[in-house]
Design a protein around this ligand. Structure first.
Ligand code: ADP
Length: 461
């Protein structure tokens, strides 16, 4: 039973129909949350996604363009037109695609619709990593050593900054994203060439040559803090996640809470994140990403959207993050206070990708057989079914396997079982690789750094 017209409690930002401007597992996940809240849904799709199951379960749907994302999921005009044609009152951008595009958020609100996300101004600040760093420093969030200003052009000033930070340093594009537009500089002889190369890359890839420099941390873990805020100055953090298991800066396995971090160390960081949200007038859900090394946290960026790995925090906090996000967009007062936030047990998420487990090359095609695991503490977020055609056009994520158990060791054992019970035939997946990883002793001990997975893969070759 959906909740009886709960959204009618909204304070001026009411809507009864949500257009979900995304695809895949997250489109299905958002649709479920909307239905539970008694909201109608509009699905949009590209030509490649016409057979997706969430198309049939939406109240209405529109095919908005060709398979190429640039002409469909990344086309703001097509999405706004679809909203107008279907009478949607709000747009949920999901993750990826237009979710962190300030101009899109602005266009949605200017069209008289609600953008289910933060104000465009917050997205713009966080999209410029220098502005983000400055805002974080002002709010008392610990940052990586290095100035919160763009790298100057003149070589002598650059050398002075580098000397103050000390080698190794990392040069990063202010507008960078997706792990691109950054370069590590180990010694002085490489400095000016590295800057010139990164500047050129940044100009081409992100349309801005603006760079900044910070200390390169050699063995950090990736720890992030989930926040949720309303429009009335209330903000809480829902705990932390460890996403250090990465390959080419892409997260593969995530867990909550991050193991081995004392509450008294993370507590002030969480509170500083909440304070930063208040200072920038943030609304909805967001994630502060940190590098963590020898007991200290260093902010690297904020993601102003729902994240792929949000379920692990849902499992440990008991909070439905998508539902809370929609309610915040409606202008409702946050139901939660910081004292009410708890962390129960341990959760892992595995990203099941349609890719070769050895070469990691994407694998497209028809799923001929599918068996998904079931049982206590097991959750699968997916849009696939037997007969589903995995398209070569998009990200290779086809399912998320999430487990929850009282302890980390039990959660690991449960994930081993869940992976063993997942059978996908017709395409290649990374399941064999994930199964091997969950047998690894160092991973089982916890606290491995962001380079661990790549090193582990090299040793296996
Ligand atoms: P993007 O927006 O492209 O994801 P981030 O700033 O989040 O960029 O950095 C991506 C990854 O690059 C981090 O997860 C980390 O592995 C590495 N990285 C970034 N900054 C540093 C740093 N100062 N020291 C060490 N590694 C870094």
């Amino acid at each position: 039973m959906p909740e009886p017209s709960e959204h009618s409690l909204a304070t001026g930002r009411r809507f009864d129909t949500v257009l979900i401007a995304n695809r895949g597992e997250i489109a299905a996940r958002i649709q479920r949350a909307c239905r539970e809240l008694g909201l109608k849904t509009v699905a949009i799709c590209s030509e490649a996604d016409r057979q997706a199951p969430y198309i049939n379960t939406a109240d209405s749907f529109l095919c908005i363009g060709p398979s190429i994302a640039g002409k469909s999921y990344l086309n703001p005009d097509a999405i706004l037109l679809a909203a107008r044609l279907t009478g949607a009152g709000a747009i949920h951008p999901g993750y990826g695609f237009l979710s962190e595009n300030a101009a899109f958020a602005d266009a949605v609100e200017k069209a008289g619709l609600i953008f289910i996300g933060p104000p465009a101004s917050s997205i713009a600040i966080m999209g410029d990593k220098i502005a983000a760093k400055r805002a974080m420093m002002a709010a008392g969030v610990p940052c990586v050593p290095g100035p919160d200003t763009a790298l100057p052009d003149d070589p002598a000033s650059v050398e002075r900054i580098t000397f103050e930070i000390g080698y190794p340093v990392i040069v990063k594009a202010a507008g960078g994203g997706g792990g691109r537009g950054m370069r590590v500089v180990a010694k002085a002889e490489q400095l000016h060439e590295a800057i010139a190369l990164t500047r050129e890359e940044a100009r081409k890839a992100f349309g801005s040559p603006s760079l900044y420099m910070e200390k390169f941390l050699q063995h950090p873990r990736h720890i992030e803090i989930q926040v949720i805020c309303d429009d009335h100055g209330n903000a809480v953090w829902l705990g932390h996640r460890d996403c250090s298991m990465q390959r080419r800066h892409q997260k593969v396995v995530e867990e909550a809470p991050a193991p081995g971090i004392a509450p008294e160390i993370i507590q002030p960081v969480g509170m500083a994140c909440v304070e930063a949200c208040r200072q920038i007038g943030y609304r909805g859900v967001g994630t502060f990403e940190f590098l963590y090394e020898v007991g200290a946290f260093y902010f690297i960026e904020m993601n102003t959207r729902l994240q792929v790995e949000h379920p692990v925090t849902e499992m440990t906090s008991g909070v439905d993050i998508v539902r809370a996000q929609i309610k915040a967009a409606e202008g409702q007062v946050l139901e939660l206070t910081q004292d009410g936030v708890t962390c129960d047990g341990h959760s892992f998420e595995c990203r099941i990708n349609a890719e070769d487990p050895d070469t990691f090359l994407p694998s497209a095609g028809v799923i001929t057989r599918l068996a998904l695991p079931e049982g206590p503490g097991i959750r699968v977020d997916t849009h696939i079914h037997a007969g589903y055609k995995v398209s070569p056009y998009y990200d290779s994520l086809i399912a998320k396997l999430i487990v929850h158990a009282p302890t980390r060791a039990q959660a690991m054992a449960r994930m081993c079982e869940a992976l063993a019970g997942t059978e996908i035939e017709g395409i290649a997946t990374n399941i064999p690789f994930l199964r091997a990883l969950f047998e690894d002793h160092a991973f089982a001990r916890g606290e491995t750094d962001i380079h661990y997975l790549e090193q582990w893969l090299k040793l296996r070759r």
